[in-house]
Design a binder for this molecule. Structure first.
Ligand code: NAD
Length: 292
């Protein structure tokens, strides 16, 4: 399948996920406009992309010439209008806050020529916000879709493609074929809290935290049960640290509120750790200790 529609991609937000998405889009041959409100984030994103591409070349996953060629396809911007004008697709990868995302989507729309608005695809990498809700304020909600990549983006092959209640089948088909062109596997899902990935993953992590909290076993033992017994590459507590305990709590709250079901109540130990600023790898302490 070859997508006929998307020739250039604008990515808004150049953090952990934005730089990974820019990396795979550029490597697949697309011109990328990478936008962030912070110059420093853009500088760091380019450094990370170069480092990761170089590592792939060293491992002979790509040809050395592709490192420079991919980097040359990425242009950086701090101005939204400049970054989005002329884009066939805008992918929003800013922090997980509904009000921020809504504000950015309205800026993105304002930056696009009104004649092009109807044919522009609007994708969001949100992990937990409803696609239908995000699409409420925009002129062409049929063009809005969830494109949920996984961290680290250059390594993980899944993209959950989430249809909001107004997303058109044509938008889905275009994004589905684009995902394949990026070398990823698209999976079609509907707009329910946590989609599929977090609806299954987060309650498992939360349950592992309950097991620790109630003294069922030590943290290493809980993780080993899942790595050795279930062949998970990483135990749930270590994975929670890697994801960020604040992110885990936030997603449990989304599930709890979205389904109005107490089976999604976040474990008190998770709340306590977040309240104490122990957020996992990024703060140096979560269930385990890390160097920061
Ligand atoms: P991040 O904090 O690493 O990056 C966000 C970037 O957005 C930062 O560089 C920030 O400077 C930029 N930004 C903030 N306000 C902006 C604005 N007004 N205009 C332009 N740029 C702005 O966050 P992240 O981890 O990359 O997460 C981004 C999105 O991806 C979130 O919706 C998150 O839920 C989702 N997500 C994250 C992961 C993950 O593992 N980190 C996995 C899947 C999905």
């Amino acid at each position: 399948m070859h997508n006929q529609h998307i020739h250039s991609i604008t990515i808004v937000g150049a953090g952990t996920m934005g730089n990974g998405i820019a990396h795979v889009c550029a490597m697949a041959g697309f011109p990328v406009k990478l936008m962030d409100s912070s110059e420093e984030q853009l500088r760091m994103a380019l450094q990370t992309i170069e480092k990761n591409l170089t590592r792939m070349a060293e491992k002979q996953k790509i040809k050395p010439i592709e490192v420079g060629a991919s980097l040359a396809r990425i242009q950086t911007f701090t101005d939204t209008k400049q970054a989005v004008s002329g884009a066939d697709m805008v992918l929003e990868v800013v922090p997980e806050q509904l009000s921020l995302k809504k504000q950015i989507w309205s800026q993105i729309e304002q930056g696009i020529d009104s004649k092009r608005l109807k044919q522009t695809i609007f994708a969001t990498n949100t992990s937990s916000i409803s696609i239908s809700e995000l699409a409420e304020g925009i002129t062409h909600p049929e063009n809005m879709i969830g494109m949920h990549f996984f961290n680290p983006v250059p390594v993980m092959s899944l993209v959950e493609i989430i249809l909001g209640n107004k997303t058109s089948e044509q938008t889905f088909k275009t994004v589905e074929s684009l995902t394949s062109e990026l070398g990823k596997t698209p999976i079609r899902v509907h707009d329910f809290p946590g989609f599929v990935s977090n609806r299954i993953l987060m309650p498992m992590i939360n349950e592992a935290i309950y097991a620790l909290h109630e003294g069922v076993a030590e943290k290493e033992a809980i993780d080993q049960v899942m790595t050795l017994g279930m062949a998970h590459p990483m135990g749930p507590l270590r994975l929670a640290d890697f994801i960020g305990l604040d992110v885990c709590l936030n997603i449990m709250n989304v599930l709890h509120k979205g389904f109005q079901d107490d089976k999604y109540t976040p474990c008190p130990l998770l709340r306590e750790m977040v309240d104490n600023g122990h957020l996992g790898n990024k703060t140096g302490q979560g269930f385990y200790i890390y160097e920061v």
